[in-house]
Design a protein around this ligand. Structure first.
Ligand code: S3P
Length: 429
């Protein structure tokens, strides 16, 4: 349970934990590579620890030197062994979907499952193309739901036209493509985050990027490397949004990842009238990183958010919806039907909880329409065990008349251990 009050304006310089997407991929590529990869800035959140646990179960040596420094010793794909028990990904969709791409190409049997939320999430989007590549996969509902069983083996490359812009689908097939005979090509309706492509390059593989897709040749070997993980822009988004919820506040986040496939949130902040400054851009293994300051000033305006922007801020939509309650006019979020198949149906769960605080939110098949500004009243809301929902609702408490108590916040540690501390600093002024 988290209780949030309206604070006085604050001016904070903060760091956020490592990027979740990059942390998962660093462990996975390190496990498939030859040699010892050192990972610095690893996110010690539940999701990434699930990835570590699964690879340890397959015999990969992973030493956790400190909370955020890992050494992963791989012996190529041949070094992975048949796991002696079911692999449990917990709440992590990224672990499950990327892992399936790896398991499909390995010559053994495995079963993968996860928590109740994971067991409701659609897996057909990766299982169907993996079957076309030659993998034997079965599971509940014809293989569309976990638990999923895989008998991996020799794969063949395919050309796949994904109906959704999903980095998890693209990455799953890129990893399977690495083991396959011939080439694998994946196309998607809009460009999703490209961390896998960048990191495969850092581990010595060749990946070709085309206008609407990517292409990988099978049989390439990965070489261990050092990975420095940027701060997670999806975690920083909650801090910046918090600054915008409390007029006169400002938050600077240092060493945050600025991969252009992830920075849609900064574009929308600017569109709404916030001041955003980006400084000190450098690169960590092909990933741009910088220091970003966000402050309000004049009132915010509602915005239209849709199209190719959606995959660039999909995980930030819950907190953007909260921010929209304080913006002048109508905010429309469209083309975001993917929100319905995240850790919860984020369209319905968020709208339902925000209405309890007095927000004016309408849901649509593919998004939300939010009218602002409204003075939120306090009250009790639930995070529904969804990390981003719990954090977004906590941010709502910063602008409400009376305190907001958020229950079921334990899931915050999935992606942002330390969020409660950052919130406490804001409330301390
Ligand atoms: C992720 C991709 C996105 C995102 C998730 C992390 C990744 O999911 O929502 O939090 O690391 O590849 P989809 O690929 O399903 O859009």
């Amino acid at each position: 349970m988290l209780i949030v009050n309206r604070p006085r304006p604050f001016d904070l310089v903060l760091a956020v934990p490592g990027d979740k997407s990059v942390s998962h991929r660093a462990v996975m590529l390190g496990a498939l590579a030859e040699g010892t990869s050192e990972i610095e800035g690893f996110l010690p959140g539940d999701d990434c620890l699930s990835t570590v646990r699964c690879f340890r179960q397959m015999g990969v040596e992973i030493e956790q030197v400190t909370e955020t420094v890992l050494k992963v010793t791989g012996q190529g794909p041949e070094g992975l062994r048949e796991p002696g028990d079911v692999l449990d990904v917990g709440n992590s969709g990224t672990t499950l979907r990327l892992l399936l791409g790896i398991l499909a190409g390995l010559p053994f049997f495995s079963t993968v499952t996860g928590d109740a939320s994971i067991r409701r999430r659609p897996m057909g989007r990766v299982v169907e193309p993996l079957r076309k590549m030659g993998a034997f996969i079965d599971g509940r509902n014809g293989g569309r739901l976990a638990p999923i069983a895989v008998r991996g083996g020799q794969l063949r490359g395919i050309e796949h036209e994904s109906p959704v812009a999903s980095a998890q689908v693209k990455s799953c097939l890129l990893l399977a493509g690495l083991f396959a005979d011939g080439e694998t090509v994946i196309r998607e309706p809009a460009r999703s985050r490209d961390h896998t492509e960048r990191m495969l390059t850092a581990f010595g593989a060749e990946v070709e990027t085309e206008e609407r897709g990517v292409r990988i040749r099978g049989g390439q070997r990965l070489q261990a490397t050092k990975v420095t993980v940027p701060g997670d822009i999806s975690s920083a988004a909650f801090l910046w949004a918090a600054a915008l919820m409390v007029p006169g506040s400002r938050v600077t986040v240092k060493n945050v990842g600025l991969n252009p496939t992830r920075t849609g949130i900064l574009d929308v902040f600017r569109l709404m009238g916030a001041e955003v400054t980006v400084e000190e851009i450098k690169e960590y293994g092909g990933e741009p990183v910088g220091t970003v300051t966000v402050s309000g000033g004049r009132g915010l305006a509602g915005a239209e958010i849709g199209g190719g922007l959606i995959p660039r801020l999909i995980d930030e939509l819950p907190v953007l919806a909260v921010l929209a309650t304080q913006a002048e006019g109508t905010t429309v979020i469209r083309d975001a039907e993917e929100l319905r198949v995240k850790e919860t149906d984020r369209i319905e769960t968020l709208a339902g909880e925000l209405r309890k605080l007095g927000a004016r939110v309408e849901t649509t098949a593919d998004g939300m329409i939010i009218e602002g500004p409204v003075t939120l009243r306090g009250g009790s809301v639930s995070g529904h065990g969804d990390h981003r929902l719990a954090m977004a609702l906590s941010v709502a408490g910063l602008a409400s008349r009376d305190p907001v108590s958020v229950s079921r916040t334990e899931a915050i540690r999935v992606s942002y251990p330390g969020f409660e501390q950052a919130l406490a600093w804001m409330m301390d002024g």
